[in-house]
Design a protein around this ligand. Structure first.
Ligand code: SF4
Length: 184
C-alpha cells in the first residue's frame, strides 16, 4: 500500500512537481468519474506534447508543474487529454487513481496557464478505454487533499499506512526511497 502511495508520490513529484508548499484553498474533493467517455466536441488543439516539445506549464499557487498531452479549446472552455501508452486490464472499470490525479493536475495547470475554465478531461488508454471527468469542486478537492497528504509524508517521513521490511526489499523504489527506514 505504501508502495502504491510512494509510487503515486513519484508520479506527482515527477510529472507534476510539487515546487512550493502552502495554499489552503476551498477545494472540495470527490470525484466525478464516469466509465467510458461520451462524445466530446474537441474544438481547436491549442497545446500538444505529442512530440515532447510542449512547454512546461506552471501553477505557483498550488505548486505544480507538468506537461499535458493535449489541451483543446472549444468555445471559451478547455478539454484536457491524457494519453496512456499502456493498456488497462479488461477487468478494470475505472482508471488507476494515480492516472486520474495526473489528469487532475493537468486540468488545473491548463486552467491556470490559459486562464480559461476547464470543462472536462479525459484519459485514453492504448487498449481503447476512455474515461472522462469534469473539473468540478469534487475533483479539485480530491487533488488538493492528495497534494496535502503527499506533502505531509514528505515533510515528516510518517506515512499513514504500514509497510514491512520485506515489502520494501521487493519494492522498485528501494534503492532511492528514504522512507524505508520507517518499515518494521
Ligand atoms: S522502499 Fe518501502 S517505504 Fe519506500 S516506497 Fe518502497 S515499500 Fe514504500
Amino acid at each position: 500500500m505504501l508502495n502504491v502511495l510512494v509510487g503515486f508520490l513519484v508520479v506527482i513529484l515527477l510529472l507534476a512537481m510539487v515546487i512550493r508548499r502552502n495554499p489552503k484553498t476551498n477545494g472540495d474533493p470527490t470525484q466525478v468519474p464516469q466509465g467510458k467517455s461520451p462524445h466530446v466536441r474537441m474544438g481547436e488543439l491549442i497545446y500538444s506534447d505529442e512530440k515532447g516539445e510542449g512547454k512546461t506549464l506552471w501553477d505557483y499557487q498550488w505548486g505544480l508543474k507538468g506537461k499535458p498531452d493535449e489541451v483543446w479549446k472549444n468555445g471559451d472552455k478547455l478539454h484536457v487529454v491524457e494519453v496512456k501508452a499502456t493498456h488497462l486490464p479488461e477487468y478494470r472499470t475505472n482508471p488507476y487513481e494515480s492516472h486520474k490525479m495526473q489528469l487532475a493536475v493537468y486540468m488545473r495547470l491548463a486552467q491556470v496557464h490559459f486562464k480559461l475554465p476547464v470543462e472536462s478531461g479525459e484519459i485514453r488508454y492504448a487498449s481503447g478505454q476512455r474515461f472522462k471527468y469534469k473539473w468540478d469542486y469534487s475533483l479539485r478537492n480530491q487533488l488538493w487533499r492528495t497534494i496535502e497528504r503527499i506533502r505531509k509524508v514528505d515533510a515528516t517521513g510518517n506515512t499513514f499506512v504500514k509497510v514491512k521490511k520485506t515489502q520494501c526489499q521487493r519494492c522498485r523504489y528501494y534503492s532511492v526511497c528514504d522512507k524505508k527506514r520507517f518499515a518494521r
